[in-house]
Design a protein around this ligand. Structure first.
Ligand code: ACO
Length: 389
């Protein structure tokens, strides 16, 4: 009897081609109890509260508390939270010195990323990643973020950096540090509402970046500096800067139509329009629009609002694109006297609450984030020695 022989090259197993979801579109990678971005109904919920319920009623201090702790603070919890933020807002001399040593031409987001990373260097418990320590770092970083961004703004204008004011709210404190004078009640409320509206937003790119970093059991500061880097891109946080540049380029309401036609002809994007998840208008946009209009009317610079409104209508007519969070953020931040180059860093000042809450949630129930990729390159190549290539 002859022994059956194995074929030299067994027939390859036929396997189904993998399903690829470019940009992870439509992929649900984990659960979260922090926020719900409901794309179909265009709703945004923080810890059970619809943002319409919170904006104009809850301060950023209350919203950051609920995002990080799960429930709204009681009066005494809020006093303690506010006190912790007050205590942590002043920048360490070495962080300030580093910011002062950076080139005047440096991008504010690159400066912020470096400064956040520096905060970790003086952490008293560098090897401790317990939830309690992460929570302490989150409060400290949230408080200092506004001081860092205000310092960047002052240094870019060649002005001396101003310290925070104890007892002033988080948003008002930022404006006082940046502008060198206490803000009006309207300005402080406007920025506070902006911070509330942008505090969290599900598994967006920068938040997912933070969660990915922390999933390797790396530290809080690495996660937040990586998130700042992710937010810096024009398809994410830098769209607010680009939206303001677009308004300036348009210049007058009469120039809106020609601008739209030019942009369509050049196959370029309208910044502050479109969204991966929302199938209609971003639920934050109407609030930002109303605040921008109110500020525009009081500053006497209503043209930026008027151009925005006309552009919103024209882009809808031409391409049925809805506005997103960044569109009216642009005129709103401009009306507050914030230089355009700082806009994306303002977004970071708001989102630090969400990033921190997600870092905590990931650390509390971790599994290493490690997706697969479908390899499309060649196989079985033979190595060619250097002198034969
Ligand atoms: N201007 C012009 N066309 C657009 C825009 C826009 N702003 N947004 C989407 N489109 C069009 C695309 O050209 C594409 O059309 P096509 O299929 O004919 O080529 C179609 O809509 C789908 O676009 P995608 O880029 O595939 O959609 P995606 O879900 O990846 O895009 C994104 C989402 C990146 C936000 C996109 O809408 C965009 O680039 N917007 C401008 C930048 C922006 O405002 N970013 C901020 C987003 S919100 C945030 O991160 C805070």
């Amino acid at each position: 009897m002859t022994t059956p022989t194995r074929p030299a090259n067994p027939a390859p197993l036929v396997s189904q081609p993998p399903t690829i979801s470019k940009g992870l579109e439509g992929v649900v990678v984990d659960e979260t109890a922090i926020s719900d971005v409901d794309g179909q109904r265009c709703r945004l919920i923080y810890r059970g509260y619809h943002i319409d319920e919170l904006v104009g009623r809850a301060t950023y201090e209350e919203v950051s508390y609920v995002l990080l702790n799960g429930t709204l603070p009681t009066r005494s919890q809020l006093v303690s939270w506010t006190h912790q933020l007050d205590q942590a807002r002043t920048l360490e001399p070495q962080v300030l010195a580093a910011l002062q040593a950076m080139p005047r031409t440096a991008d504010p987001m690159a400066m912020l990323r470096t400064a956040v990373s520096m905060l970790g260097l003086s952490d008293p418990d560098p090897d401790d990643e317990t939830l309690e320590i992460i929570r302490r770092r989150a409060v400290k970083t949230m408080a200092k973020m506004v001081a860092i961004v205000a310092a960047i703004g002052r240094l870019h204008q060649g002005e001396p950096v101003r310290p925070p004011t104890t007892g002033l709210g988080h948003a008002a404190n930022f404006l006082a540090m940046l502008l060198g004078r206490p803000p009006t009640e309207l300005q402080a409320r406007a920025l506070d509402a902006y911070f509330v509206l942008l505090a969290d937003h599900g598994f967006n790119a920068s938040t997912f970046t933070a969660r990915t970093v922390v999933s390797t059991r790396s530290d809080y500061y690495s996660a937040i500096s990586a998130a700042v880097g992710s937010l810096k891109g024009p398809l994410h946080g830098a769209a607010n800067r680009k939206a303001m540049d677009m308004l300036v380029e348009i210049g007058t309401a009469e120039q809106v139509e020609p601008y739209v036609q030019r942009t369509l002809a050049d196959h370029k994007r309208f910044m502050g329009f479109g969204h991966r998840v929302y199938k209609g208008e971003d639920p934050r946009a109407k609030h930002l629009k109303a605040i921008a209009q109110q500020l525009g009317e009081t500053t006497g610079e209503i043209q930026w609002f008027n151009i925005s409104e006309r552009l919103q209508e024209a882009v809808w007519k031409a391409k049925q694109l809805y506005i997103n969070v960044d569109f009216y953020s642009a005129s709103l931040l401009h009306y507050l006297g914030i230089p355009t180059e700082l806009f994306t860093a303002m977004f970071a000042c708001a989102r630090i609450a969400g990033w921190s809450a997600h870092v905590l949630e990931q650390a509390a129930n971790n599994r290493l984030i490690r997706p697969l990729a479908a390899y499309t390159g060649p196989r079985d190549l033979r190595f060619v020695p250097l002198d034969q290539r």
